[in-house]
Ligand binder design. Structure first.
Ligand code: SAM
Length: 288
C-alpha cells in the first residue's frame, strides 16, 4: 500500500487533508491527487489537487493558498499598499513563495525591482510547476529571488524600499520571528522616508491575540498604522486582517485610484476595505 504523505488520511477510500486549526476546530478538504510532496530543510511542502478548491499549497499540513481563492489574498496584500504609495519603485516581499503577491506588484509600471525573500526554495519551485493559477508569470525580470531567512535579510539589507509586503505563513516554525518587533524595526530602517509596510495579521475572529499584538507592535514603531480586511474562504473563519505601518500620513481611502486587471480588487473594494466591523473597531480602539 503506497505510503500516504503526512497530514493526509484515507477515510472509506477517500483522501482527506485535515488542518488541525484548534482544539475544537478541524478543517478537512477532500483530495483528488497529491501533485507534489517534499520535506524541505524548513517544512513539509505539498501541492494537493482538491475537489472544491483546485490545486492548493500546503505547508506543514496548513493550507497557504489555493487556485480558487489565492487571488483574493494576493490582490489585497499587494494593491492596497501599492496604491497608497504615490509612485512605488522598489518593493520588498518577505515570504510570498507562491509568487502571487510578486505577480500583482509586477502590474505597476513604476516598479523597477521586486526583491522576493523566501526562506524555502522548494515552495517557489513547487508553485511555479504545480500552481500556475497563483504563481502566474513569476519570471518577470524585475523579480529578484533571494532564498534566505527574511529576518536576516531585513536586518542586513542596505537597500531602501518604498513598499514592504510581509506575506508570511502563520507565526509558527520559520515564520515565528516575522511577527516580532525586532523584525519590524529592521523593516522600518529599510523603508524610505515615505515608505510603508503591510503584513498579513491573521484572523480577527480566530487569532485576536496575534492580530492585536501585531497591530500594537507596528503602532509602537510607525507613526501611522491602519488595518483592513478581506474574506479568504480557505482561511480559518474566512475574515482576514492586514496591518499597514507607514512613515508618513496615509492618503484618505477615497483618494485611492485603481484600474489594474484583477479578479477581486477594484477601486471600491480597495477604498472600502478599511471600513471595519464594530467589534474590530472597538478592539483596536481599546489598544490605541
Ligand atoms: N498567504 C499565506 C498565509 O497567509 O498563510 C502565506 C503564503 S506564503 C506561501 C508564506 C511563505 O512564507 C512560505 O512560502 C514560507 O516558506 C515563507 N516563510 C516562512 N518563514 C519565513 C522566513 N523567516 N523568511 C522568509 N520566508 C519565510
Amino acid at each position: 500500500m503506497k505510503r500516504l504523505p503526512g497530514y493526509l488520511n484515507r477515510i472509506e477510500g477517500e483522501l482527506w487533508l485535515t488542518e488541525d486549526e484548534r482544539e475544537n476546530l478541524k478543517l478537512s478538504y477532500r483530495i483528488k491527487d497529491v501533485l507534489f510532496e517534499e520535506k524541505s530543510p524548513f517544512q513539509h511542502v505539498m501541492v494537493l489537487d482538491s475537489y472544491d478548491f483546485g490545486p492548493m499549497l500546503v505547508l506543514d499540513g496548513v493550507v497557504q493558498t489555493t487556485s480558487m481563492d489565492g487571488h483574493i489574498y494576493n490582490e489585497m496584500i499587494a494593491h492596497v499598499p501599492l496604491t497608497l504609495h504615490p509612485a512605488p519603485q522598489k518593493v520588498l516581499i518577505i515570504g510570498g513563495g507562491d509568487c502571487g503577491a510578486a505577480n500583482e506588484a509586477a502590474k505597476y509600471d513604476t516598479v523597477e525591482a521586486i526583491d522576493l525573500v523566501e526562506i524555502d526554495e522548494v515552495v517557489v519551485r513547487a508553485c511555479k510547476s504545480w500552481l500556475p493559477e497563483v504563481s502566474g508569470n513569476a519570471s518577470d525580470p524585475r523579480i529578484r529571488y533571494h532564498y534566505v531567512d527574511g529576518v536576516k535579510f531585513a536586518a542586513e539589507t542596505r537597500e531602501k524600499y518604498d513598499v514592504v509586503i510581509v506575506d508570511s505563513s502563520d507565526p509558527v516554525g520559520p515564520a515565528r520571528q516575522l511577527f516580532e518587533s525586532e523584525f519590524y524595526r529592521s523593516l522600518f530602517k529599510a523603508l524610505n522616508d515615505d515608505g510603508l509596510m503591510v503584513c498579513q495579521s491573521q484572523s480577527p475572529i480566530m487569532h485576536q491575540d496575534v492580530m492585536m499584538q501585531t497591530y500594537q507592535r507596528i503602532g509602537e514603531l510607525f507613526p501611522y498604522r491602519k488595518m483592513y480586511t478581506a474574506v479568504v474562504p480557505t482561511y480559518p473563519g474566512g475574515l482576514w486582517s492586514f496591518t499597514i505601518g507607514s512613515k508618513r500620513r496615509l492618503p484618505e481611502p477615497e483618494h485611492i485610484r485603481f484600474s489594474k486587471k484583477a479578479r477581486y480588487a477594484n477601486e471600491e473594494i480597495l477604498r472600502r476595505c478599511f471600513a471595519l466591523p464594530t467589534f474590530l473597531e472597538e478592539l483596536l480602539a481599546s489598544r490605541s
